[in-house]
Design a protein around this ligand. Structure first.
Ligand code: TZP
Ligand code: MG
Length: 204
């Protein structure tokens, strides 16, 4: 069973104009103590994704667990540590066949049925969300609320990541509802180091 830190930052490439900005942002998070980062890029430009991913791999300490969103092929090409998939990506077992037994596999779910199904797979951790309203995702699924986190907690013994609209102001309630970790995009953007340090202070 893998162990997740309380804070799971997602680096959304859409928020950065230059690769160097994306790298500097990620380095700030690592300085603050983050030891897992997910790279996410919904632009569909695989070449750019691989360039970003290889740069992250080169510039960040080897002790940071790097997770690729959506793409098992790019995970392998950039020598990342795992893949995070959603309901419209390759199936968990198809991704597992590509990445092998040792890399991490995370699966996003949005309701109890999806969570039950994902729990039966070889996923190393499950995500539930959006917990709160989010503007970081196009066409998000319906908000599940803290009640959705509680229900998810009751349905799996795998590590559970909550995602969607989570901020320093509401993160403690999400952990109290049973999540092991919070995945965050927007509430890290303004001042990543300070924000991540505050998350750690709040979440212990
Ligand atoms: N999946 C569900 S909500 C979400 C994703 C990728 C976006 C989370 O971003 P934010 O800014 O932390 O709400
Ligand atoms: Mg996806």
């Amino acid at each position: 069973m893998i162990s997740l830190p309380r804070l799971y930052p997602i680096i959304d490439a859409g928020g950065f104009r230059f690769t160097s900005d994306l790298i500097a942002f990620s380095q700030e998070l690592v300085v603050a103590g983050c030891c897992i980062l997910q790279y996410r890029n919904k632009s569909g430009n695989a070449r750019l994704m691989l360039e970003h991913a290889r740069e992250l791999k080169k510039r960040l300490s080897n002790s940071v667990t790097l997770i690729m969103n959506d793409r098992a092929d790019l995970c392998l090409a950039a020598a990342f540590d795992g893949v995070h998939i959603g309901q419209d990506d390759l199936s968990p077992e198809a991704v597992r066949a590509i990445i092998g037994p040792n890399r991490w596999l995370g699966v996003s779910t949005h309701n109890p049925e999806q969570l039950r199904e994902a729990d039966l797979t070889s996923a190393d951790y499950l995500a539930i969300g959006p917990v709160f309203a989010t503007s970081s995702k196009e066409r998000p699924d319906p908000v599940v609320g803290l009640e959705g986190v509680r229900r998810a907690r009751a349905l799996t013994r795998k590590p559970l990541v909550a995602i969607g609209g989570i901020t320093r102001a509401n993160a403690a309630s999400v952990i109290e509802a049973g999540a092991d970790a919070v995945a965050v995009i927007s509430d890290l953007l303004r001042d990543p180091r300070k924000s991540a340090e505050e998350f750690f202070r709040i979440l212990g």
